[in-house]
Design a protein around this ligand. Structure first.
Ligand code: 2P0
Length: 323
């Protein structure tokens, strides 16, 4: 029985990071996280069941090896849920530079979860979809939802899911300094495992991030942009500090990353409130208020980095073509 669906999902950038799992198989994270889904970066994925094998084409190129296996293992979950046994063809297009710390796996597995289940005739609730997407890539659990999202770490499969976080009018925007859109040297999955296994700062990261998470929920509820920004920046720096303590050390930073971080401090000192965050890559994302996007973007552009993208909050996942 064939079935074909297309879904679109947007990437998200964590304001309180996810870095480390307590259960790798189920992707149960050590800590809860908070993110902002962006309109600028999206993945569109079409899944069609009834193939003679699982096949994956990303941006026109057939995938093989580990990335293709990862998609196949994810499709196994959908086969289990739907009772189907046939294989699927997956065709995906990214406007996210893949694997450059711009959260392509988040939008990718969120779109795949929605398209594959829809094409299989399943009708999952947003929470069920978040739980499924999580098992493809942790951060994908948050890309099911638009705007601000919170991913509760939970303790088992059913309790580890994301949901929307009410935005009381923070008027958020993000300027992304693309320092290097190339593929990273170590995947976030491997890097977070290395950090958890070898960094003496990992336990401190987990305990401090839990405090940051609680503070972020309060700051968002209070509509306190300053507190949201301060917490986001310090949480990101602490995550990177925990990576630096790994053996061997993990650092995604490049010289232009440091120049961007310095610029953000200078902009703040000059009266433009903005805050920096960084993920598993050298790119710097600058959180600001919507009216400041143009001036922050111009300032970042003046550094001569590889690219500058501005983004407003984006929507949650949606199915655009169903059987
Ligand atoms: C985050 N990152 O919260 C953190 C901050 C990167 C740095 O989630 O192993 O690709 O597939 O669950 O989701 C990237 O990790 O890792 C990530 P897996 P994922 O956005």
């Amino acid at each position: 029985m064939s079935g074909r669906s297309t879904a679109v999902a947007h990437s998200n950038i964590a304001l309180i990071k996810y870095w480390g799992k307590v259960d790798s198989r189920l992707a149960i994270p050590a800590t809860s996280s908070v993110s902002l889904t962006l309109d600028a970066y999206r993945t569109e994925t079409t899944v069609e069941w009834g193939n003679d094998r699982d096949s994956v084409v990303l941006d026109g190129d057939p995938l093989s090896g580990v990335p293709a296996d990862r998609v196949s293992r994810f499709l196994d979950l959908v086969r289990d849920l739907s009772g189907r046994s046939e294989y699927a063809s997956v065709v995906s297009r990214n406007t996210v530079p893949t694997a450059a710390g711009l959260a392509s796996s988040a939008s990718g597995f969120a779109a795949l979860a929605a398209a594959a289940t829809s094409a299989a005739g399943l009708s999952l609730s947003p929470r069920e979809l978040s739980i499924l997407a999580r098992k493809g890539s942790g951060s994908a659990s948050r890309s099911i939802f638009g705007g601000l999202a919170v991913w509760y770490a939970g303790t088992d499969d059913a309790s580890s899911y994301a949901e929307p976080l009410h935005d009381p009018g923070l008027d958020l925007a993000m300027v992304v300094a693309v320092v290097n859109a190339g593929t990273k040297e170590i995947s976030s999955r491997d890097a977070m495992r290395l950090t958890a296994d070898t960094s003496p700062y990992y336990d401190a990261w987990v305990s401090s991030s839990r405090v940051d998470f609680a503070g972020m929920l309060e700051a968002v509820a209070a509509g306190d942009f300053t507190r949201v920004g301060e917490l986001a920046e310090s949480n990101a720096m602490r995550m990177h500090a925990s990576m630096l303590g790994s053996t061997p050390p993990v650092s995604y930073w490049e010289p232009d990353s440091v120049r961007c971080l310095r610029l953000v401090r200078e902009l703040r000192a000059a009266g433009t409130e903005c805050y920096a965050t960084m993920d598993a890559g050298p790119n710097v994302k600058v959180l600001c208020r919507r009216p400041d996007v143009a001036s922050v973007s111009a300032a970042v552009g003046s550094l001569g980095v590889a690219g500058v993208t501005t983004s407003l909050p984006g929507p949650g996942v949606r199915v655009t073509e169903a059987p």
